[in-house]
Design a protein around this ligand. Structure first.
Ligand code: OOB
Length: 535
């Protein structure tokens, strides 16, 4: 059988393992060990209540038995589309425990995107919430299952409705003791979504060994231990919230994870006070509302020691307000679902914390900053960041043709990020060479939106670019060449939602233009387009 994705060589894996740069336990075992060490400590707090480590571990066993009975088998992929609720953590670890491969997707994705991911991953089951905002994930999942014969089960957190979907709750087997681990550390653990520059999002293969190392090494770098109370504000399915150090790093270290059902500062501050949260992580776009609310609130935020900010560029002015106004330390995080995580050290001087996006987590992370010809640039000069290391992927899942573009022949991942690196190894993100809009930390592949625009009647050409925005970091602007009058934003919105796209991918602005500037090879020249349009 051909491999589904390229891995590091056996020698490289051996060397990483010998030096402690890969975890030798599965992710579900990390939870099991903490449950043995501190059964009565609080592991998880959510609107459904509180679970001790013993209770969480035993519920994971019971759900895992139910999943195995369906059956969901080791190696099978299961799409998990759940918001920040208890069932997300239970489903995640139960799937890992039976050796199945969760594919966590953001609940805000549109139905067409979910379907495409279910198809690409070859999912055998979909785990969804009974409702999410104004969308109906349960009905969408049932429709997808009807179209994809490989999807055998739709499992619902909450009410199953009267569709053929089943309630996740009904799967819990009676208590029968610990279940044996079905996976080995070097097995595929999860498939994550890439921010993407292609029409169909790419899937990122992560093994137990590399993801566990990512989580635990991050936990060490962020001072996480049994006293940590981590407030998960961003979607739990995001890599930042999962392993940087996130809920996996915190649960693997014996701390407490508090799931915040929405990212508004009022909800979050109430939970910080009630639970004594010590750590949380945000995207920069959330900071203005957090800083505003901090001035008004009477909630006691004094337990908060560290606020991690990452996912998109944090401006220095806002960075400098965090310490004085929120009363906690800032840690910048520059990470990617593909692997590499950079953190500003917790003991770094204020200037460094406020002006850099950190340095690589692992001594085994190899980082190159190169010019357009692939030649390394001197310290301080901008160039594209390439990276290879013990927890960074060597190729996407079932996407060999793309790998040639996204990786160098010797296995370095081309991040598409323009950075500078100081002589001390601190990175600053200065731009991007990938064709993407980073809207409030959500990555949108320009080509994906362009395809939606080109499907509109009368649209001859379209180009989507990011423009600076004080609230979102970047907003998306679509330039459309149309035969008649250009479609309005409302028309674009209605058409995109009809086509099953996520609402956040609808361009923030749609401008009709007579033509688009082209490069010598006939591609849209987005650099000159931006310049011409004054963005
Ligand atoms: C995180 O992961 P992804 O996969 O959603 O996005 C990765 C990309 C990076 O390649 C970079 O373009 C951008 O997001 N990014 C940043 C950044 N952190 C990520 N750009 C500027 N400054 C930063 N601090 O976004 C992610 C994964 C794990 C931890 C944190 C973020």
């Amino acid at each position: 059988m051909t491999q589904d994705w390229p891995r590091p060589s056996d020698e490289e894996v051996r060397a990483y393992c010998e030096q402690g740069f890969r975890e030798d336990r599965t992710l579900s075992r990390l939870l099991r060990e903490q449950a043995a060490a501190r059964p009565d400590a609080t592991a998880l707090v959510s609107p459904s209540g509180r679970l001790t480590y013993a209770a969480l571990d035993s519920r994971v066993d019971r759900l895992a038995r139910g999943l195995a009975g369906l059956p969901v088998r080791a190696g099978e992929r299961v799409l998990v589309r759940l918001p920040n609720r208890e069932e997300y953590v239970l489903a995640l670890f139960a799937l890992l425990r039976v050796g199945a491969v969760p594919v966590p997707v953001l609940p805000s994705l549109g139905p067409a995107e979910v379907e495409s991911l279910a198809r690409t991953s070859g999912a055998c089951a979909l785990v969804v919430a009974d409702r999410y905002g104004r969308s109906d994930p349960r009905a969408e999942a049932v429709r997808i299952a009807g179209r994809l014969p490989g999807v055998r089960h739709v499992l619902v957190a909450g009410g199953p409705g009267d569709s053929p979907a089943r309630p996740l709750d009904a799967l819990y087997a009676p208590e029968a003791g610990p279940l044996e681990e079905a996976a080995s550390p070097e097995d595929l653990a999860l498939l994550l979504l890439s921010g993407g520059t292609t029409g169909t999002p790419k899937l990122i293969p992560r093994t137990h060994a590399d993801y566990g190392y990512n989580a635990l090494a991050s936990a060490r770098a962020c001072g996480v231990g049994p006293d940590t109370v981590y407030l998960a504000v961003l979607p739990a399915a995001h890599n930042f919230t999962m392993v940087s150090p996130g809920l996996v790093g915190v649960l693997a270290s014996g701390g407490t994870v508090v799931l915040c059902p929405d990212p508004s500062p009022t909800t979050a501050f109430g939970l910080v006070e009630r639970e004594g949260a010590t750590l949380t992580s945000l995207v920069p776009a959330l900071l203005p509302s957090w800083l505003d609310e901090a001035r008004r609130t009477r909630a006691d935020l004094s337990s908060l020691r560290v606020l991690q900010v990452g996912g998109s560029r944090l401006d220095e002015g806002t960075a400098r307000r965090i310490g004085p106004e929120l009363g906690c330390r800032l840690q910048q995080v520059f990470g990617m679902a593909e692997g590499l995580n950079n953190y500003t050290p917790l003991d770094a001087p204020e200037d460094l914390v406020c002006t850099t996006q950190g340095r690589p987590l692992s001594p085994a992370d190899e980082v190159l900053v190169v010019d357009g010809d692939g030649a390394p640039v001197p310290p301080g000069a901008p160039g594209e960041l390439l990276t290879r290391g013990p927890y960074t992927l060597r190729g996407y899942y079932r996407a060999r043709e793309l790998d040639a573009l996204c990786f160098t022949p010797d296995g370095f991942y081309r991040t598409g990020d323009l950075v500078t690196r100081s002589a001390d190894g601190d990175l600053v993100v200065v731009g991007r060479v990938k064709d993407q809009v980073n809207r409030a930390g959500e990555k949108i592949a320009a080509v994906e939106v362009e395809e939606h625009l080109l499907a509109l009647p009368g649209v001859r050409a379209a180009a989507v670019v990011g423009a600076p925005d004080p609230h979102l970091g970047e907003r998306s602007v679509a330039f459309v060449v149309a035969e008649g009058p250009a479609p309005t934003r409302e028309e674009v919105r209605a058409a995109m939602l009809r086509r099953g796209a996520a609402p956040h991918k609808v361009p923030d602005e749609v401008r009709g233009v007579p033509g688009l500037p082209l490069t010598g090879v006939g591609k849209v020249d987005k650099g000159s387009l931006r310049e011409r349009e004054g963005l």
